[in-house]
Design a protein around this ligand. Sequence first.
Ligand SMILES: Cc1ncc(COP(=O)(O)O)c(C=O)c1O
Length: 423
Amino acid sequence: MNNQQLHQRRSQVIAQGMGAMYPLYVERAENAHVWDIEGNKYIDFAAGIAVTNTGHSNQRITNAVKEQLDNFSHTCAMVTPYGSFVELAEKLTELAPGDSAKKAIFLTTGAEAVENAVKVARAHTGRSGVIAFKGGFHGRTNMTMGLTGKIAPYKAGFGPFPNEIFHAPYPNELHGISTQDSLQALQDLFACDIEPSRVAAIIFEPVQGEGGFYQAPVDFAKALRALCDQHGIMLIADEIQTGFARTGKLFATEYLDIEPDMMTMAKGIAGGFPISAVVGKASVMDSALPGGLGGTYAGSPLGCVAGLEVLKIVEEEDLCNKANGIGEIVNRRMTELQKSLPQIAEIRTIGAMMAIEFADPESGQPLQDLTKAVIGKAQENGLILLSCGVRANVIRLLPPLTIESEVLEEGLDRLEKILLELA
Ligand SMILES: Cc1ncc(COP(=O)(O)O)c(C=O)c1O
């Protein structure tokens, strides 16, 4: 069986809505390398979309999960819980930014974490409205699709979405949206669409992920915090893509010098095991009735032990510093390349959450075709890459934070070669 044959079989039985970036079928993966079933070896600059921050097949996580599996795999934490469930909550509530006493809940996916944060915000405030941002991504369930601020492919054809959701522009210097513009748009929403006293929550990503890796300015985050305080609105930071050392801090909110009322976490939380969390102020988190939050697999014991191991690895292996080191290398090399490639409009590196945006140097128009071609060429050059951006003109680099420096350099050599060939 080769990649092409499996891809053919896939197309017969998997609906096209569940896309695949590459017709590449994985046999095994180790740290920043992936091998396909034909024996081809790739450098992975995707890490399963910022999930395996601690590297593929991390032995410490594998051992912790194996040991757990030998004991039990599932009891349902809402029926008969276990120590790792409590311990992971203790650790995350301690590590989440801000001085308030905190509580957590566990779920399975990122979208579920966002759904539950909105549920808690509504239960706490007794209000219904939610404000999110254009270009934001929060998931594929009905509520999180509604919150997402990008139509194709996430919302196209899937409406109606829940009502009482409103979108404001996210600050974006490159595209001429200032903090002031975004704040004014929020005031306009309050004047034209929903009074602030009916808004339960404002949800934002400290760095927009799918939207293109744009970081929230500190003055914007502080103004959001002040606005929420003024009107009794819950501020939710969606840290699903940014969390767990990816941006050079354990959580990207730490750059913003604010304490959100709730944070959503998933992806890197457990290095590839499906578990997510909402961590927030205890006074807020306790608003829902017992049994109102959770799920059959919520806080799976496999996810909990993996999550505990991830936190140890992040600390012991200093992954925040490693993320910053990766960002510096990528920034230096891509800035050098930009001198000969004016199609590179901007290089953004927030720790190891790294993006390259392409635009026509004269017209400023987004270069979607170039972006698509770069992604397409990556496979034949032994590289796994992802795109993002509302205008589909950004490639994002998300290698495991444990990537060896020579593998990172080799991956960047390949990327440079592709870019020079195509631009
Ligand atoms: C910021 C953000 N929120 C929510 C989600 C949804 O997470 P999941 O795909 O686990 O439901 C994602 C996934 O990419 C994300 O990046």
